[in-house]
Design a protein around this ligand. Structure first.
Ligand code: SF4
Ligand code: SF4
Length: 615
């Protein structure tokens, strides 16, 4: 793995002249002064092996350089480096401050984070949030978004269980906004969290029982005036649900958010043992636990680094079931190795050990949260109820506007077909006549539109479907593949020769830098890979390749051949649409559907192949 930072000279560097956040200056100075470059942290961390030792990173930090703006977003903020550091310094703090600096400069709004930020925004919205503070309530249960979505039944059972000890316990479904915190959006995080905290305090809440390690960390660090405790400690001291004993050997994954909270580590082990299970520890546990891969939202921009953490976990588990106490870790790890949440084990021990617990995945998780809210609301009497209406606009690019435009186009198309008499042209013969009316111009106009579309970031799929309908399977494929390749090449050439600076500004996230590294290592194969496995948005990809060192001819030929399977599938499918509208299922339609399924399965085949090779 290449090291992107050059080796720096010994001795502390002076950062006082840099125009950066004071907290970052402080962190850089500490790391620069105290790091002895012993490499112990590098041994444990792929991110540091890639970018260099903390002192070298600190000393060469340049806030104006794209590399330093994006690089801290590849650190999972897991603090393993802190746990192994002999001089007790905290590189993770430095990387978090670097993230904040990037955001302060207006450069941290990577579109890759839209998903997680929208998820967070839903959590704090009027629709999803719910507060019930019964009369006399000074303690609330705060289950967190992921647990409520994946295991709403456990949240309800646990709430009822806690009520036996604290009858006046309240419940709050809201988001602690840790994603924004970790993405360096400090202003947003502070405003949202403080508003929630103040509301709770004004209403007499002084204690919070949390199920999620991330919420725990946020309340502990920023919730002064409210004391925080994990529900696992609470359960151990106040009694467990009355469920059966089980036998077997498991291992425990300690979430990195609670890396230094030894009492929680111990209590979770006591709970697991209390159910009759034997624990075999993984080499990295407790203070030296590994990140599951979810930390710092790294997976959105550096999926390889995230996967690497997950694979290490899988390897250390050696096939044993992992029990964890973070719903996020459980989600991430269960996709690569058998993993359960401690609440599964406590409430459904036998089903957990036999791997039969029902755990929901998105988008069902959203419905679960609404259902949970509705159930809680029905059962809430004599107390304060709140749905959160406080919000700060979050700029996530495109999402709603794109959805609105898509819907508008569909509605307009349906109305046009219905009221303009255009249904006449849905007859194959009429349509052909119409095209023939344009003579040689029809395919030319179609190809011209398709060539320009990628450069203008217009989606290719609707144009492909029109091509199949208008020209049939043979000519449709011919016109489409040649013009789509021409379009991809046009964007590539614009990026390489005309608008390099503009494109570079657009592709500022570290994920795009990885593409450059990939091209350097694997040449045309990386073009083939990204065309067949849709990791990157297609239109941006064309521009991105223009910035790499790949030869134009290699790019064009690989693009042509690797786009061909999807092109054939969609053209064959769409060429049968007219028949379908008339109620006839033709063999072309069946073949088209089959081809689309095959093409869509390529990423799955690839994932299986990768998993097989890495196990
Ligand atoms: S916080 Fe974790 S990912 Fe970041 S440098 Fe430290 S060990 Fe590596
Ligand atoms: S372990 Fe500590 S002293 Fe050693 S290289 Fe890492 S940060 Fe520096």
């Amino acid at each position: 793995m290449q090291n992107t930072i050059k080796e720096e000279k010994p001795g502390a560097k002076d950062f006082s002249k840099l125009d950066i956040l004071p907290a970052l200056k402080e962190q850089l100075a500490v790391i620069s002064e105290k790091c002895i470059k012993c490499k112990l942290c590098q041994k444990e961390c792929e991110f540091l092996r890639k970018h260099g030792k903390p002192k070298d990173i600190a000393d060469s930090y340049n806030p104006d350089d794209n590399l330093y703006q994006g690089m801290p977003f590849e650190c999972s903020l897991c603090q393993l480096c802190v746990a192994v550091c002999p001089v007790k310094i905290n590189p993770a703090f430095m990387f978090l401050e670097m993230r904040r600096e990037t955001v302060r400069r207006g450069n941290g709004d990577y579109p890759e984070y839209n998903t997680i930020l929208n998820y967070e925004k839903r959590g704090t919205s009027k629709k999803y949030s719910f507060y019930f503070l019964p009369t006399g309530c000074d303690t609330i249960f705060f289950p967190g978004c992921t647990l409520s979505g994946t295991r709403p039944d456990k949240v309800q059972k646990l709430y009822e269980h806690i009520k036996k000890t604290i009858p006046s316990i309240g419940i709050v479904l809201d988001c602690c906004t840790k994603p924004s915190h970790d993405l360096g959006r400090d202003e947003y995080f502070q405003k949202m969290f403080q508003e929630m905290k103040e509301y709770l305090m004004i209403n007499g809440v002084r204690n919070v029982l949390v199920a999620c390690p991330n919420c725990f960390k946020v309340f502990k660090k920023y919730g002064d005036g409210i004391s925080v405790r994990s529900v696992y400690e609470f359960m151990f001291q106040n009694g467990l649900p009355d469920t059966e004993q089980v036998h077997g050997v498991v291992t425990i994954h300690d979430p990195c958010a609670l890396r230094f909270d030894e009492s929680v580590h111990n209590v979770v082990r006591d709970l697991v043992s209390a159910k009759g299970l034997e624990i075999k520890e993984m080499p990295h546990h407790g203070k030296k636990t590994l990140c599951c891969g979810e930390g710092g939202s790294v997976g959105f921009i550096a999926p390889d680094l995230a996967k690497n953490w997950g694979s290490l976990r899988k390897k250390e588990a050696e096939g044993k079931m992992i029990v964890t106490y973070c719903a996020g870790c459980a989600n991430f790890l269960s996709s690569i190795t058998p993993t359960s949440h401690i609440l599964d084990l406590l409430f459904e021990p036998s089903a957990t050990i036999s791997g039969n617990v029902r755990v929901s995945k998105a988008p069902i998780t959203y419905l679960n949260r609404l259902k949970l809210k509705s159930n809680l609301r029905k059962a809430s009497q004599n107390g304060v109820i709140r749905e959160r209406t406080f919000s700060i606009p979050v700029e996530t690019k495109g999402g709603n506007l794109k959805r609105f435009l898509f819907l508008a186009v569909i509605v307009a198309a349906i109305l046009a077909v219905r009221y303009t008499g255009v249904t006449h042209y849905l007859e194959q013969n009429s349509l052909r006549e119409l095209i023939q009316g344009y003579g040689v111009l029809a395919p030319l106009i179609y190809m011209l539109i398709y060539t320009i579309a990628p450069a203008l970031f217009l989606p290719g799929l609707p144009i492909t479907i029109v091509g199949g309908i208008l020209f049939g399977p043979f000519w449709g494929v011919l016109y489409t593949i040649s013009s789509a390749t021409a379009g991809a090449c046009l964007a590539f050439l614009i990026s390489r020769y005309i608008a390099r600076d503009w494109i570079e500004r657009k592709l500022k996230s570290p994920r795009w830098r990885m593409l450059d590294e990939g091209v350097e290592k694997h040449g045309w194969k990386i073009v083939a890979f990204t065309r067949l496995i849709p990791v990157f948005p297609f239109n941006l990809l064309n521009y991105a390749f223009g910035l790499t060192k790949i030869k134009f001819l290699h790019y064009a030929v690989t693009t042509f051949f690797c786009m061909l399977p999807a092109c054939i599938a969609f053209i064959v499918f769409s060429s049968s649409l007219l028949e379908l509208i008339k109620g006839k299922i033709s063999p072309t339609f069946v073949i088209g559907i089959g081809l689309i399924i095959l093409v869509s399965l390529i990423p799955l085949f690839y994932k299986r192949y990768k998993t097989k090779n890495s196990s």
